[in-house]
Design a protein around this ligand. Structure first.
Ligand code: PGA
Length: 255
């Protein structure tokens, strides 16, 4: 346990791998980390992989996550996936508000707030992604953007609900680009996010909430980033797609 908060590393496979490849990847992770202690591990897999990957990691320390979920219970929403559909498949967590959902698919803070609520209502944990674009950072808007993203998604949640929220700070300019925020810039953003949570709820909630960093995390930068006081884990995209690369990150923080 770091600073009384558990380290949490999650892989986000995005729209990658066939089911067969995904199962192989999960098997590789299971072999190495099926019974891991000292760090929480999850994989957020494509919807089509949930059943088969779920079978592989069932009963292990590796948790199953979905990458998105529709905010409605059911109905005429072609191509969408509801909470009911994810229930009973072993899904524990759902990522909401990933920057690709916000920027490619136009999900607004309002939609994301509805999705967070739906995820929590269904009994799942939620990984809420937030983060600024390069223009927002360069024009001095960083704190304003993060505050709005946190407040719009979390205000009004009950004390039971907020316990099931993990925040992932992912600067948009760092995702998939090979650019990473410096440890200092990331720590400052995490500190600000924790303060915002404290202002909405209280200091004890803020001290408990897990805040992951995401954006080009790899085995060479993970140990340094995760040694920062307010960085409690990582949400990893590209480097979660091979057992070797993902292991490099996990091993760097449990060593
Ligand atoms: P990346 O993606 O590690 O490939 O930058 C992170 C994410 O989008 O969660």
């Amino acid at each position: 346990m770091k600073k009384n908060r558990e380290l949490f590393i999650a892989g986000n496979w995005k729209m990658n791998t066939s089911v067969t490849e995904g199962v192989k990847l999960a098997e590789g992770l299971k072999e190495k980390y099926g019974n891991i202690k000292g760090v929480r591990l999850a994989v957020a897999v494509p919807f089509t992989h949930i059943i088969e990957v779920g079978k592989v990691i069932k009963g292990t320390s590796i948790e199953l996550a979905a990458q998105n979920m529709n905010e409605n219970e059911k109905g005429a929403f072609t191509g969408e996936i509801s909470a009911l559909m994810l229930k009973d498949l072993g899904v524990k967590l759902v990522i909401i508000g990933h920057s690709e959902r916000r920027h490619i698919y136009g999900e607004s803070n309002e939609t994301i707030a509805l999705k967070v609520k739906a995820v929590l209502n269904a009994g799942f944990e939620c990984i809420l992604c937030i983060g600024e674009t390069r223009e927002e950072r360069e024009s001095g808007m960083l704190e304003k953007v993060l505050k709005l993203q946190v407040e719009s998604a979390l205000c009004g949640l009950s004390t039971d609900e907020i316990k099931r929220v993990i925040i992932a700070y992912e600067p948009v300019w760092a995702i998939g680009t090979g650019l990473t925020a410096s440890k200092e810039d990331a720590e400052n953003a995490h500190k600000f996010i924790r303060k915002t949570v404290s202002d909405i709820f209280d200091e004890s909630v803020a001290q408990k909430i897990i805040i992951q960093y995401g954006g080009s995390v790899n085995a060479s930068n993970s140990a340094s980033l995760l040694s920062a006081e307010n960085i409690d884990g990582a949400l990893v995209g590209g480097a979660s797609l091979s057992v070797e690369k993902f292991s490099g990150i996990i091993d760097s923080v449990i060593a």
